[in-house]
Ligand binder design. Structure first.
Ligand SMILES: [Mg+2]
Length: 340
C-alpha cells in the first residue's frame, strides 16, 4: 500500500480503477468492431463522448460486458478470500458463462468449457498461438491487492492469465496492466506522469516472456510525441505480426496492439479521463476492451472523482452490479488491504 499518500487519495484511486473499467467498457461496447471513422463521426470531440445503447440486445443504457464481468469475478473473489484463490475464480467464471456473459472472446470461452469439464486452471487455457487480450481485462484488482509486492503480483498475474491463455504474449499483456495499476496507485499527485518510469518497471518482466513485446512497450514514450494518426498506424502495424486477429478495423483483439493503444491513449492525456477515453474510442476496433483498460489506467491515476458522474452512475450488468455494488466492493478491498 502506498503509505506516503493520504488514505482518501488511495481510496479514490481504488474506486477509480474498478469503476473506470466499467465506464470504459460501457462506453465502448456499442461500438465494438467499428471503424475509427465511424466512431469519430459519432463523437467528433471529447466533449461529445457519451454512453450509447448496445444495439444487439435491449439493455438499459450503461450495460458493460465480459471485461468488467470477469474483473468483477476477481474482485469478488479477492474480497471473499483475501488472496487470489484460483479455484474460486475458475468457479466464478464458469458461473458467469452459465448465466449471461456478454461478448466473450474465443480463448476465454474455450478455457471456461475446459474448466466446466473438470480441467484444472493450470491446463484450462487456450493453446499457444491464441494471443488475444482476454486475460488483460480481469487483472486490474490484482494490481490493487498486491500493490507494493511486485514479485508476488507478477507471479499471481501469470497464474490468473494462464487460466484462459497459455500464450506468453497474453501473459505479458496481463502483467503490463497489473503493474501499471500498482505504479499509478502510488504516483505522487504533485508530479507529472512519467511514461519512462512505467516502461522501466514493466519491460524486464515482459522481456522474459517475449522480447518483441518488450521492444514495442519500450517505444511507447517516444510514440506519444507523434501525431495521433501516425501512432494509430504504427500500433496497428504492431498487430500484424499475427494473422489470427486480422482483419479488424482499428485496434484488433490481439493483445499487443491492445496494450500499445491503451498506453498511448492514457499517456497522451494522463490527467484527463474523458480525453483518454475519447482517444481510445477514436482508434476503433475492440473498443469495449481497449476502453475498459484505458478506464483502468486513467481511473487509477485520477481516481473516481475524476470520472464524469453521469457515466459512473449508469453502469450496470443486466440491472445489477452497478455503481453502488462496485463502489462497495472496491471500498471493501481497500479496507481489507489496509488491514493486511
Ligand atoms: Mg467485452
Amino acid at each position: 500500500m502506498p503509505h506516503h499518500l493520504p488514505e482518501a487519495l488511495v481510496t479514490d484511486r481504488f474506486l477509480g480503477c474498478i469503476l473506470g473499467e466499467a465506464v470504459g467498457d460501457a462506453l465502448g461496447l456499442p461500438f465494438e468492431g467499428c471503424e475509427p471513422e465511424r466512431i469519430t463521426e459519432m463523437f467528433p470531440t471529447p466533449e461529445t463522448l457519451s454512453l450509447h445503447h448496445f444495439p444487439i440486445r435491449n439493455f438499459r443504457l450503461g450495460q458493460y460486458s465480459d471485461d468488467t464481468q470477469m474483473m468483477r469475478c476477481v474482485l469478488d473473489s479477492l474480497v471473499a478470500h483475501r488472496e487470489l484463490n484460483l479455484d474460486d475464480v475458475s468457479h466464478r467464471l464458469v458461473k458467469l458463462w452459465e448465466t449471461d456473459v456478454i461478448g466473450a472472446g474465443d480463448a476465454c470461452s474455450i478455457a471456461v468449457a475446459n474448466l466446466r469439464r473438470g480441467v484444472s486452471w493450470q491446463d484450462s487455457g487456450a493453446p499457444k498461438g491464441q494471443a488475444g487480450n482476454g486475460s488483460t481485462m480481469r487483472t486490474a484488482p490484482l494490481g490493487l491487492w498486491y500493490a507494493d509486492e511486485v514479485p508476488t503480483l507478477v507471479e499471481k498475474t501469470k497464474q490468473l492469465s494462464l487460466m484462459t491463455h497459455k500464450d506468453e504474449r497474453s501473459t505479458a499483456g496481463a502483467i503490463v496492466v497489473s503493474l501499471a495499476v500498482t505504479h499509478l496507485l502510488a504516483h505522487d499527485p504533485k508530479k507529472r506522469f512519467n511514461p519512462k518510469a512505467l516502461v522501466d518497471l514493466v519491460v524486464p518482466y515482459v522481456q522474459e516472456l517475449n522480447p518483441h513485446f518488450a521492444e514495442e512497450i519500450a517505444h511507447f514514450p517516444k510514440r506519444l510525441k507523434e501525431p495521433h494518426g501516425q501512432a494509430l498506424r504504427e500500433i496497428r502495424r504492431a498487430g500484424q505480426s499475427t494473422d489470427k486477429h486480422t482483419p479488424w478495423p482499428g485496434i484488433s483483439g490481439y493483445v499487443l496492439p491492445t496494450i500499445l493503444a491503451v498506453l498511448d491513449a492514457f499517456g497522451r492525456s494522463p490527467k484527463d479521463f474523458r480525453q483518454s477515453l475519447w482517444c481510445i474510442l477514436s482508434y476503433g476496433g475492440d473498443v469495449d476492451t481497449t476502453g475498459a483498460l484505458t478506464g483502468v489506467l486513467s481511473g487509477t491515476f485520477n481516481g473516481l472523482s475524476a470520472i464524469p458522474y453521469e457515466w459512473v452512475r449508469q453502469v450496470h450488468d443486466n440491472n445489477q452490479f452497478g455503481y453502488d455494488y462496485l463502489v462497495r466492493q472496491a471500498k471493501e478491498l481497500f479496507q481489507l488491504k489496509n488491514s493486511k
